[in-house]
Design a protein around this ligand. Structure first.
Ligand SMILES: *Cc1c(COP(=O)(O)O)cnc(C)c1O
Length: 359
C-alpha cells in the first residue's frame, strides 16, 4: 500500500529515509547480532547512540556548554509537573503566559506546587509582545508555550523577561527554525512531533536551574538525577532514542535547522496563501502569530468541513481533522512533511473549492 500524506499533530510523520534505515537495521543493529530493542542500555553500542543523539542536538541547536541535555519519559505533560517541582521552591512564584490548551494544562500542574501568576492575552489567537514590567520581579521563571499546536499560533517575538529564566514548551516546533538557546533557561519537547517517535522527551536546561528541587521531589522527577547519570539512571526509552538519533542525522544531512526553516517557510507560505486567496477556507490567526507548523482552517460550515475531510481521506490525506476544541481542519507541517504533500493538499483544496462553485 502507498504511504499517505500524514498531517497529524502528533505522533506525526517521520522522514521516510529514517523509517527505511530502522527497517534495515531492525534485526541486527551494527555488529551486535541483535535488534537495537534488545540491547542493554549499559552496552557500548547503546551508550554510543545516546551520546551521539545528545551531540547532534547540541550541534544542530548550537547549545552552549553551560546547558545540559537530558532524555526522559512521561511526555511534555510530565514536564508540566517537573518544572515547578524543580524550579519553584517553597514560597516562590512563577509567571505563566496562557496562550492555549497546552499552557492551561501546564498551569494546572504548577498551581499544585507554588504560587502562579497567569498572564492571559485579551484575544484568543493573539500573542502580545511582553516586556519585563509584565512579570513579577520575584518570579523564579516565566513559562510559555512557544508554539500552540492546537490553536495554530506562536510567539512572533519571545518575551523579554528582564533576566528571569524563560521556560518554553517547544514540543511542536523544536528544530523547525533557528532559536537562540542562550535566551532560554529551559526548553522542553516531547519527541513525537518534530524529533522522533513517542516515548522520549528532551529537555535543555541551563546549569543554574539544576539542583534546586526540594528534598521531597521524587528522584525520577528531579532533573539532577538525569544530569548526574547522563539520562541512564534507569532504563531509558532506548528504541525511541535510537530513532530520534536517526532523525537528527536526517536533519543534519538536509541542511540542519536552517535547511528545515527554509523548507518549513516554503510549505507554510504555500498553504497560508491558498487559504488567504480562497473564498471558502479561512484561518483565524493574525498574520504575525501564525504557526509555521500547525495550520488550522475551516469553511465555517460543519457539514462542508465533514465533506472535505471525507474526500481528503479518500485521496490519501490523513489526520486533517482539527482539534475538537477548535473544530474544522488542521494541517501539521512538521519537518518531515515533504513539500509535495503540501502541494498536493493545496491542489486538492482548490479543486474542492471549485466544486462548491466558490470561485
Ligand atoms: C503534544 C503537546 C504536548 C503534550 O505532549 P505529551 O508528550 O503527549 O505529553 C504538550 N505541549 C505541546 C505544545 C504539545 O504540542
Amino acid at each position: 500500500m502507498k504511504r499517505v500524506y500524514n498531517f497529524s499533530a502528533g505522533p506525526a510523520v517521520l522522514p521516510e529515509p529514517v523509517l527505511k534505515k530502522v527497517q534495515e537495521e531492525l534485526l541486527n543493529y551494527g555488529e551486535s547480532g541483535m535488534s537495537v530493542m534488545e540491547l542493554s542500555h549499559r552496552s557500548a553500542p547503546f551508550q554510543n547512540i545516546i551520546e551521539e543523539a545528545q551531540n547532534l542536538l547540541r550541534e544542530l541547536l548550537s547549545i552552549p556548554d553551560d546547558y545540559q541535555v537530558v532524555f526522559m519519559q512521561g511526555g511534555a505533560s510530565m514536564q508540566f509537573s517537573m518544572i515547578p517541582l524543580n524550579l519553584l521552591g517553597k514560597g516562590q512564584e512563577a509567571d505563566y503566559i496562557e496562550t492555549g490548551s497546552w499552557s492551561k494544562k501546564a498551569i494546572k500542574e504548577a498551581v499544585k506546587v507554588g504560587k502562579v501568576h497567569t498572564l492571559s492575552p485579551a484575544e484568543p489567537f493573539e500573542i502580545p509582545v511582553y516586556s519585563p514590567e509584565d512579570f513579577s520581579p520575584q518570579s523564579s521563571y516565566v513559562h510559555i508555550t512557544s508554539n500552540n499546536t492546537i490553536e495554530g499560533t506562536r510567539f512572533h517575538e519571545y518575551p523579554d523577561t528582564g533576566g528571569i529564566p524563560l521556560v518554553a514548551d517547544m514540543s511542536s516546533h523544536i528544530l523547525s527554525e533557528k532559536i537562540d538557546v542562550s535566551s532560554f533557561g529551559l526548553i522542553y519537547a516531547g519527541a513525537q512531533k518534530n524529533l522522533g517517535p513517542s516515548g522520549v522527551t528532551v529537555a535543555i536546561i541551563h546549569d543554574r536551574l539544576i539542583g534546586g528541587a526540594t528534598d521531597t521531589c521524587p528522584t525520577m522527577l528531579n532533573y539532577d538525577t538525569y544530569v548526574k547519570h547522563d539520562s541512564l539512571f534507569n532504563t531509558p526509552p532506548t528504541f525511541s532514542i535510537y530513532v530520534l538519533k536517526l532523525v537528527l542525522e536526517w536533519v543534519k544531512e538536509n541542511g540542519g535547522v536552517e535547511g528545515m526553516q527554509a523548507h518549513n517557510e516554503e510549505k507554510a507560505a504555500l498553504l497560508y496563501n491558498c487559504i488567504d486567496e480562497s473564498s471558502l477556507f479561512h484561518n483565524p490567526v493574525p498574520e504575525k502569530n501564525r504557526s509555521l507548523m500547525n495550520i488550522p482552517f475551516s469553511t465555517g460550515n460543519e457539514d462542508l468541513n465533514a465533506q472535505f475531510l471525507k474526500e481528503a481521506k479518500a485521496e490519501g490525506f490523513e489526520f486533517l481533522k482539527g482539534h475538537r476544541s477548535v473544530g474544522g481542519m488542521r494541517a501539521s507541517l512538521y519537518n518531515a512533511m515533504p513539500l509535495e504533500g503540501v502541494e498536493a493538499l493545496v491542489d486538492f483544496m482548490k479543486k474542492f473549492e471549485a466544486k462548491q462553485g466558490g470561485e
